[in-house]
Write a protein that binds this ligand. Structure first.
Ligand code: SF4
Length: 248
């Protein structure tokens, strides 16, 4: 079997902060967030097609130094069969499995959970789950799918996670981008959407040092830590049960 794989980082401590892991970046994404810094991984380019046998060899090579594999992207859930194959293989090696996802493919996430293949999920909630702002932030509307459908799928992902929150470590991540997703009411909207989920919610600042998918966004300045802390305070005032972190 082949899959679009953009790259592999043999040893990572940032993608899954509590573990040393190999990060495997699937290529291809259904969103086009202007601030995306993995811009080389959003398309399906034939030169990125890799045989899964070679990816498994890479996992084996690192397995003495790592305790986990994390699948990232792009959007790893778009290539469900390859994702499941590699997750099964990692589990057989005694490794934990994590995934970084935009949540638009609940069926893939459910498949991983049904086979007990998922230990950690970092779910990007990029905007409140309302059509106008979500579409603006993610550019998720395509010829094939309406934004309403994408939002519905993300709500399904949240429901799946609520039903499995006792066995999976869940991290929600939101990137704060000046001029795009930074208003108190929008961040409070996300807080409302995830309220009741047993998770840690991480606010992280937009950064342009690795470039941006939309060139025009490369001039935007990162928000300060203080700005993020103020947003955190506002959210925790209204939703005191939220466990929030700032990661700069
Ligand atoms: S930031 Fe957006 S476009 Fe980039 S990989 Fe993530 S979901 Fe896809």
């Amino acid at each position: 079997m082949q899959a679009y794989i953009g790259g592999i980082v043999p040893l990572s401590t940032v993608d899954w902060p509590t573990n040393v892991c190999t990060a495997i970046f699937f290529s291809g994404c259904d969103f086009r967030c202007g601030y995306c810094h993995n811009k080389e991984f959003v398309g399906f380019n034939d030169e990125l097609l890799k045989d899964l046998k070679d990816i498994k060899k890479e996992i084996l090579k690192n397995s003495g130094f790592i305790d986990a594999i994390i699948f990232s992207g792009g959007e790893p859930c778009l290539q469900r069969q390859a994702l499941l194959t590699l997750a099964r293989f990692a589990k057989k090696q005694g490794l934990k499995v994590g995934i970084e996802t935009n949540g638009s493919k609940p069926y893939s996430i459910k498949s991983l959970i049904n086979e007990n293949l998922l230990d950690f999920i970092a779910l990007d909630i990029k905007a409140p789950l309302r059509k106008e702002i979500f579409e603006k932030v993610t550019q998720s509307k395509t010829f094939f799918r309406a934004t309403e459908d994408v939002i519905e799928n993300i709500k399904q992902t949240l429901d799946i996670l609520k039903g499995n929150q006792d066995k999976i470590q869940i991290e929600i991540r939101t990137t704060i981008v000046p001029g795009l997703i930074f208003r108190k009411e929008d961040v409070l909207g996300i807080a409302k959407d995830i309220n009741g989920l047993n998770c840690r919610w991480v606010l992280q600042p937009f950064k342009s040092d690795k470039g941006t998918l939309d060139q025009k966004m490369s001039n935007i300045k990162s928000p300060t830590k203080k700005f993020l802390e103020d947003l955190k305070k506002v959210c925790q005032k209204k939703y005191s049960n939220l466990r929030m972190n700032i990661r700069v």
